[in-house]
Design a protein around this ligand. Structure first.
Ligand SMILES: Cc1ncc(COP(=O)(O)O)c(C=O)c1O
Length: 411
């Protein structure tokens, strides 16, 4: 009897090496042993290991009215919030998006809610979503939960650049096999590698998508921009890649995934959005129809205080400017850590994957037992697809030289 307590479709479910679980373990060990190095979780921390909270966020949070805090939020969010998301994400490219495309913005429970809804609604059960071979492991959970799976291609070419050839081959094969192509790219500041694709790479990706779309196959591009505000660049420059969208074919649906967790260090608030854009009104009508339904059917609506707060930043020049100033400080923390990590790694001859921005640096490993080996040395990092991921977002400068030495010993 108890054997069947779980539905057949859910029998496979068991979270393996879950990032948040490993992080809890690291925290518990750190309490016991102060020399523990915990580079597990993608939350930005100061050098003293306090979470990096934006002062302006904290101030607004404490000033929210009861209505802005306690009421249910509308399923679609307020227009000031959704338009604010669009303007924030696209910045100088926002007028082009508004002019050349139809769009619809659906608030979700973090970027995670946006990705899982998109996986669910824009594939047939049993189909595969195309992603690079190094990826944020929850994509697999979102996929299986949506009755679909992932298909990968090697992320880098021989020159350690984004592997456009590998992408193209798999994209054409999958489109032919399935009569659909749904592909996800996490760029810029990729998790787990720190890769930032060049504008030319994006042009090539869009060329491939257009060629496939020309054959009449539905094409869905999911662009996960969770770490766009941490590319160690000015806002204007980190958004340059969006100008390549201009060439997208009429019928392609692009879903840009916004994460309030990362952009505003509001990890626990669970605010994000799916930004659907297409040159076809019909495509956007479908996007809105199924998106609204899934929000209601899965999590009802999104955190009211979280959205009220972000809304205020988007719609006040003063708050926005203060936020941008603090963002420079946040990026400086990452920049200093990345610089030191690269320097020490070079000295120790520890090869890392090319890093250009974001919360993580990764390196390849053949050691199948790496997690346990490092744990014995009081080091916690996240093992992924043949690599280990170091969260420099939560790694103080003082720990870097020792960490690199230990990593070099075990990779
Ligand atoms: C690559 C990537 N995408 C999306 C997310 C979504 O985060 P959230 O659901 O907290 O917005 C994360 C969080 O770690 C991430 O690393």
């Amino acid at each position: 009897m108890s054997k069947n307590i779980v539905g057949k479709h859910a029998e496979y479910k068991k979270l393996e090496s879950n990032i948040l679980q490993i992080s809890q373990e690291a925290k518990a060990q750190k309490k016991k042993y102060p020399d523990v190095i915990d580079a597990t979780v993608g939350m930005l921390h100061h050098e003293n290991m306090d979470v990096f909270k934006f002062q302006v966020v904290d101030e607004i949070l404490k000033s929210l009215s009861d209505e802005e805090t306690y009421n249910y939020a509308p399923v679609r969010g307020k227009k000031t919030f959704t338009e604010g998301v669009l303007n924030w994400v696209f910045d100088e490219n926002a007028p082009m998006i508004k002019n050349d495309f139809k769009y619809s913005i659906i608030p979700t429970t973090g970027g995670s809610g946006a990705i899982s809804n998109t996986f669910y609604n824009f594939n047939d059960f049993g189909q595969k979503i195309l992603i690079p071979g190094y990826y944020w492991s929850p994509y697999k959970n979102f996929a299986l939960e949506a009755n679909v799976d992932l298909e990968t291609y090697p992320m880098y070419d021989e020159s350690n650049r984004f592997n456009i050839k590998g992408f193209k081959e798999k994209a054409f094969a999958l489109a032919k096999e399935q009569g659909r192509l749904c592909t996800l790219l996490n760029d810029p500041s990729n998790n787990p590698t720190g890769l930032c694709m060049k504008k030319e790479d994006w042009k090539e990706v869009i060329k491939v998508l257009n060629e496939i779309s020309d054959t009449g196959v539905p094409v869905i591009l999911i662009h996960d921009i969770a770490y766009i505000d941490y590319q160690l660049k000015e806002t204007k420059l980190s958004r340059e890649i969006f100008s390549t969208y201009k060439d997208l074919n009429e019928d392609i649906l692009t879903v840009v995934v916004f994460s309030g967790s990362k952009s505003f260090s509001m990890y626990g608030f669970r605010v994000g959005a799916q930004i659907g854009i297409s040159k076809s009104q019909e495509v956007i009508d479908h996007f809105t129809r199924v998106g609204d339904y899934s929000v209601r059917g899965r999590f009802s609506s999104v955190s009211q205080p979280g959205m009220s707060l972000i809304d205020k930043i988007f719609n006040s020049e003063e708050y926005k400017n203060r936020f941008k100033e603090e963002l420079v400080e946040a990026n400086k923390l990452l920049e200093d850590r990345a610089k030191l990590f690269k320097e020490v790694a070079e000295l120790q001859k520890l090869e890392i994957l090319p890093y250009s921005g974001g919360f993580f640096i990764s390196m390849k490993t053949d050691n199948k037992n790496i997690f346990e080996d490092l744990k014995k040395e009081h080091v916690f990092v996240i093992p992924m697809q043949g690599i280990i991921r170091v969260a420099i977002s939560s790694l103080p400068l003082k720990d870097i030289p020792e960490l690199v030495k230990i990593l070099k010993k075990h990779v």
